[in-house]
Design a protein around this ligand. Structure first.
Ligand SMILES: *Cc1c(COP(=O)(O)O)cnc(C)c1O
Length: 446
């Protein structure tokens, strides 16, 4: 890295003087290398920003909870200077927290060296990342990687892979589970179960059926020789952190193999250390046909991947049958390489196991909590009344970012570097968050 960095500094000074890249806007001032976005954007209060947001941004996300301006580790700050402990991590994305120095430095240096090439070309970071992903997923010989920019794109590629397993037109069925979330683009949306997400966009790509969650009988009944693929999340994240048992994953492998269908695991949320191991599915002792990854993979930088296992599955999509402009670009793949390296070298998986267990034990002992689910630092818990949305608000007021995927359910997916001390801060606050939310919900109901 250091030679890369010094090379960059050298070429900067020879091109445009110290600290100045040799670019000029047409007729304008030179553009300083150290310019930050904060110098392009005026300062405003959170309320002002939100007013501007609502008149300029599409309403698909509703009103944002806060305007965030800065982060460091597991902390973020809003436009009004208030500090939060981030227990959601950009929904399982900020694996190493915010502004991780190593990831930041690798991204900056890669961008200053080679930022983008078309897929007529390749680059060392792309190849090295593909190799690393095949290693950590213990992929058999002949396995391959396709890079995308997001979870939904990784699943679009997997959907097309499934369509190529069509058995001369006889395999038209694709199976997913009730409660499944696989993304928002049309193919991934067809795999997603939630009616409210699907209904406005019918007709969706055809042939997808949803079967009851975790029901091995239903699985055996559904998978037959007209099945192209079965899509599973080892732990359903959006549905409130619902794990599939190892027994279910093993049955899924058995029936798909017997039927000639692909077993495709969506580890977009559960992969890359989230559960205290590289992949949530790895203890089940099965070899799937494909795995999709995204969220935590780039440590906050957008990158997704489809891994295909073995040479037969890896040959299903041939030259020209799929592609992307940005997928696998040097910066995104450098970000992911840096993230994987930091997870490896800084004992992050052990931290996830220890802090995750500590959090789950602590949450389970709080009055009003009825169930705690999940593994590592992907945690869902239920409370005994429909106060979860109000808890998100009371948590924000108290300086914690959490999420409610359902009226009684809270989800936590903090940075994998969360400390025991930070977990304890949340555990100490949890009883009062529940009390405040209960009072607020009762008041709102009147
Ligand atoms: C978030 C998520 C997706 C979609 O990823 P995007 O990057 O939002 O497109 C797909 N599958 C699972 C399991 C997810 O959690």
């Amino acid at each position: 890295m250091s030679t890369e960095l010094s090379h960059t500094a050298e070429s900067r000074s020879s091109d445009g003087g110290p600290g100045v890249v040799g670019h000029r806007e047409a007729g304008g001032a030179p553009i300083a290398a150290e310019a930050a976005a904060t110098t392009l954007v005026s300062q405003s209060s959170g309320a002002d920003w939100l007013a501007r947001y609502s008149s300029s941004l599409m309403g698909v996300f509703g009103t944002p909870q806060r305007v965030l301006v800065r982060g460091a580790g597991c902390l973020v700050w809003d436009a009004d200077g208030k500090e939060y402990l981030d227990l959601l991590g950009g929904i399982a994305v900020n694996a190493l927290g915010h502004a991780h120095p190593f990831v930041t430095s690798v991204i900056s240096s890669q961008l200053a060296t080679l930022g983008h090439v078309s897929n007529f070309f390749t680059s060392p970071t792309q190849i090295a990342l593909a190799e690393k992903l095949l290693t950590i997923s213990k992929a058999p010989a002949g396995s391959k990687v396709f890079f995308a920019n997001s979870g939904t794109e990784a699943n679009e590629a997997a959907f097309k892979l499934a369509r190529r397993n069509n058995g001369d037109g006889k395999r038209t069925k694709i199976i997913a589970l009730e409660g499944a979330f696989h993304g928002r683009t049309m193919g991934a949306l067809a795999l997603t179960a939630k009616e409210a997400y699907r209904a406005p966009f019918e007709p969706l790509p055809g042939g997808v059926v949803h079967i009851p969650f975790g029901d091995i009988e239903a699985l055996r009944a559904a998978v037959d020789d007209s099945t192209a693929a079965l899509f599973l999340e080892p732990i359903q994240g959006e549905a409130g952190v619902r794990p599939l048992s190892a027994e279910y994953l093993q049955a899924a492998r058995e029936v798909t193999t017997a039927a000639g269908a692909l077993l495709i695991l969506d580890e977009v949320q559960t992969g890359i250390g989230r559960t205290g191991k590289w992949l949530a599915s790895q203890d089940a002792g099965i070899v799937p046909d494909a795995i999709t990854l995204a969220k935590g993979l780039g440590g906050g930088f957008p990158v997704g991947a489809l891994l295909t296992f073995g040479s037969t599955t890896s040959a299903l999509l041939t030259a020209g049958q799929h592609g992307t402009t940005f997928g696998g670009n040097p910066v995104a793949t450098a970000a992911a390489l840096a993230t994987l390296h930091a997870i490896d070298s800084q004992g992050v998986l052990q931290n996830v196991q220890a802090v995750g267990q500590h959090l789950r034990d602590g949450i389970a002992s709080v009055e009003g909590v009825t169930e705690v689910r999940g593994e590592g630092l992907l945690i869902g818990f239920d409370v005994n009344a429909e106060i979860a949305p109000a808890m998100v608000t009371s948590a924000l007021d108290a300086g914690f970012i959490i999420n409610s995927p359902g009226p009684r359910t809270i989800r936590l997916a903090p940075p994998l570097i969360l400390t025991i001390e930070q977990a304890d801060r949340f555990l100490a606050a949890l009883p009062s968050l529940i009390a405040t939310a209960t009072a607020q919900t009762a008041k709102d109901a009147k």
